[in-house]
Design a protein around this ligand. Sequence first.
Ligand SMILES: Nc1nc2c(ncn2[C@@H]2O[C@H](COP(=O)(O)OP(=O)(O)OP(=O)(O)O)[C@@H](O)[C@H]2O)c(=O)[nH]1
Ligand SMILES: [Mg+2]
Length: 462
Amino acid sequence: MRIAIIGRPNVGKSTLFNRLVGKKIAIVDDIAGVTRDWRAMPARLADLKFEIIDTAGLLGFEHDTLFKQIESQTEDVLKTADLILFVVDGREGLVANDENLVRKLRKKLQTPMVLIANKCENQKTIDNLGDFYRLGIGEPVAVAAEHGIGLGDLYDVLKERSVSLGEDQAAMNYDDEDEDTPFDPNAAPEDLSDRTLNLAIIGRPNAGKSTLINALLGQNRLLTGDMPGVTRDAIHLDWTYEGRNIQLVDTAGMRRKSRINKRLERLSVSDSLKAIRYAEVTILVLDAQTPLEKQDLTIAEHVIKEGRSLIIAVNKSDLMKGDFLSELRKRLLYVLPQVKGIPCIPISAKNSKNLDKLMKMVFAQEQLWNTRIGTSLLNQWLAETISHHPPPLAGGTRIRLKYMTQIKTRPPTFVLFISKPAELLDSYLRYLLNKLREDFDLPGVPIRFQVRKGKNPYDNKK
Ligand SMILES: Nc1nc2c(ncn2[C@@H]2O[C@H](COP(=O)(O)OP(=O)(O)OP(=O)(O)O)[C@@H](O)[C@H]2O)c(=O)[nH]1
Ligand SMILES: [Mg+2]
């Protein structure tokens, strides 16, 4: 069963959505019009499982340039719903826009509606709900989403509706990731084709992130616009590309911290940061007209620190003339020296240009991110590398690098056992890392190096 939440701005739709999903997914703030793009998530109420859709508040935005887009996208998703929860503000009472909205919806859809009166934490509010019958969509279910009040009554209504829909309660998938088998660096490369790839699209405001996702999906799913800050919530979208399941994540553009003074923008940015943490591959979208500004680098550094795979898409290349790319690639080596070989691809989201190439790169980087290097090969390499370029002396004695092994992938992580970790110079470690990247062909992959004191832990002889 697919259930959509709808209503005027600021009646508490996203709060109800979060309550039913059981997590604080949607950004909630006490001003009208926070939510813009709609989103769907698995939800449950006791034993009832369903999909819940949060939508932007309609009406009251007549002058907003985004409003036409919001309206048409909301309409698209409402057509796919089995049931609509029409939310009103019980405390405020019936207002004209509630009636206008019901009328508008009724003209377009026959979908059954349930009336939800939110913000009913007081008995007095509940006693005054009489007016809402005038909406002609039945008895209001009194709830207070913020406090979890009235969910029992909501359950009864939904249960009844789900029975009348003939719904079988097939469990919706909650994606509980990751088996905890011990890591084996000598195992064969993992087959990734059955995994869902989590791909986050990140960047500064107005770089064209949402436009890019719309182009990939081939539909107008996300709001776009020629002003910064269009996207607010990170939006997860299921997509299949060349047989591969992908979860695309659109994120709010991230500005410099010092420029952010509104609570709402802070919430949006922290949602974007969270999306990066859970992503496997990230596409950093740059605006070709102003590429690699300080903020772009801050975002890229964050991705690298989180160990996510990074690809740079230079967007709006349709506005550029000549070879703007080689200069950019040169600069990239110099401004992000910690990861050599980050792929950098010119695209035009607006004209759907070069997107296949971009996706090819996504899969290639994902594969590299999952690289395993067998232990004996790695130690052979270590011995050779050391003999070509020995580590520096520390206090007159040579530091001995004893053994190296990979302890995980995603990102590739290596442990180096050495006689005196504190004395190994960063510059030598950087040398090893770059050499490893070169010799094992790992361009653009974040690689982690841990240094530990000790002998080869697998060598029991001594
Ligand atoms: N010329 C040109 N314009 C583009 C391209 N991609 C996006 N745009 C325009 O750039 C503006 C911003 O696009 P969005 O997709 O809304 O940008 P965003 O990165 O999602 O922005 P926020 O959600 O505010 O962070 C819109 O006016 C787009 O039409 C492109 O490839 N070429
Ligand atoms: Mg956007």
